[in-house]
Structure formats: C-alpha cells, structure tokens
Design a protein. Structure first.
Length: 249
C-alpha cells in the first residue's frame, strides 16, 4: 500500500489531467467541435458591431462589383471574338475556327490544345494562325482536340525570309514572344523594323504567313548572324485560333 500511495502521490495528478484531456478530446470528436464554435460565437459577438442592415448592404455592394467585373470580362471576350470573326472571314473556306481549351503553365510557350479534332476535319501537319500571323502547327489529333506546337517553342523551326530583301533564314522559338532568326548568309541585308514571313521554300508552312518584326541584329554572332524577332501574334494570351488545311511538301 505504501508503494501504491507513493506512486499515486507522484503520478496521480498527471493521470487525472491525462484522463481529463482524453475526455475533452473524445467529447469534441463526438460533437464535431460544436461547443468550441458556440464559445467562439459568444466571445466574438460583442466585437461584431455591424448591424444586419449594414452587413446586407456590404454583401449587396460585393455582388454588384462581381457582376460589373463579369460584364467587363464578357465585353473583352466579345471584342476578341469580333476581331477573330473579321480575321476569319478573310481566310479560305476550309479554315476552322478553334477555341484554346487547355494550356499548361509549364509549357505555356510550347504547346496549346484546341477544341477541334479529327471529327472536324483536322489532321496532323495543319497550320494554325491567329490575329497577327503564325501560331504554329498541329502535331497531334484526337477526335475532338488538337495539340499545337507553338512557333515560340525552342524546338520549333520555321523557314523564314525578310519581306523587304528576301533574305532567308530560320526562326527558332525562345520560350517567349521574342524568337531568334538565324540567317543563312554571312552578311544578311536586314535591319531593325524589317518584317518576317514564312519562306516560299518551307516544307512545313505555306508561303508569306506573317511571323514577326526584327528588333535587333547581331552580325557578329556565330556560327551565323542572328536577329531578335518580336512575334506579331500575342501568344502569351491567346484564346482562339484558326486551323488551315495544309499538306507538307
């Protein structure tokens, strides 16, 4: 008995508190924490000085702001669709308008997925453009979607020429709206401001599709002179595109 009493004197209070803690935990679990929520409500209630009318007014103002933002977004989308409609009407009859339905943050400048596929007549190799010029080409097709390799992808290669002089080169994507044009000539006749379009000898793209405009030229760059080209299509915020039937040469 003496040993038990000594043990109780030493550990008894801790045992009681442990039992209380377990009991509270079990109680909160069974009640889903409702008593704590009620206690929080009554403690914070004096701090809630707003009247029901004022709270309702704030909620109404918030709803109005939400609706205004939706109207602005709808007007923006409508303006884009109007531009696309005007652009689309100037294309060949076989062209297919397509919404962009998927885009990975990791591959933002590399690929997009369009909401048109083989059921709409889309095939691999078809060319994709938008307001401003070339976007890329279709590299994979499912019945209802198409995956597009963007001209801004670092693996993309597009035969190009300078519209003013006919100087030839190749456009290489730069994972941004800035691409690089590598010239075939050692001393190309180019200057900032020159426009760039697809080459007539390109195997993957039709001739004379707008690509971009030269920003700067580096004639000392090895192994060949290069120029930085600003792509004319705003690839960073595309929402729609146009697919063109095209057979590779």
């Amino acid at each position: 008995m003496v040993i038990i009493r000594r043990w109780y004197d030493r550990y008894g209070s801790k045992l009681v508190w442990a039992a209380v803690a377990l009991g509270i935990g079990w109680f909160l679990r069974q009640t889903q924490g409702a008593p704590v929520l009620e206690l929080y409500y009554w403690v914070t209630r004096p701090l809630q000085s707003e009247s029901p009318e004022l709270l309702e007014q704030r909620l109404t103002n918030g709803r109005i702001m939400e609706l205004q933002q939706r109207v602005v977004e709808l007007e923006r989308k409508n303006a884009q669709l109007q531009k696309l409609l005007g652009y689309f009407e100037g294309q060949e009859q076989e062209a297919i308008a397509a919404p962009i339905i998927a885009r990975s943050a990791d591959d933002w400048w590399k690929q997009i997925v369009l909401g048109r596929g083989s059921q709409d007549g889309v095939r691999e190799g078809f060319v994709v453009t938008g307001i401003g010029g070339l976007i890329g080409r279709v590299v994979d097709v499912t019945p209802n979607t198409s995956r597009v390799l963007l001209v801004s992808d670092p693996t993309s290669r597009v035969g190009a020429r300078v519209s003013r002089t006919g100087t030839m080169g190749v456009i290489i994507g730069g994972s941004s709206r800035i691409a690089v044009m590598r010239f075939f000539e050692k001393v190309p006749n180019v200057k900032p401001g020159d426009t760039i379009s697809t080459s007539p000898v390109s195997r993957l793209f039709p001739d004379a599709l707008p690509i971009g405009r030269i920003q700067s030229v580096d004639l000392q760059k090895g192994p060949a002179p290069e120029a930085k080209v600003l792509l004319t299509v705003p690839i960073n915020d595309l929402e729609w595109a146009v697919i063109h039937p095209y057979e590779s040469k």
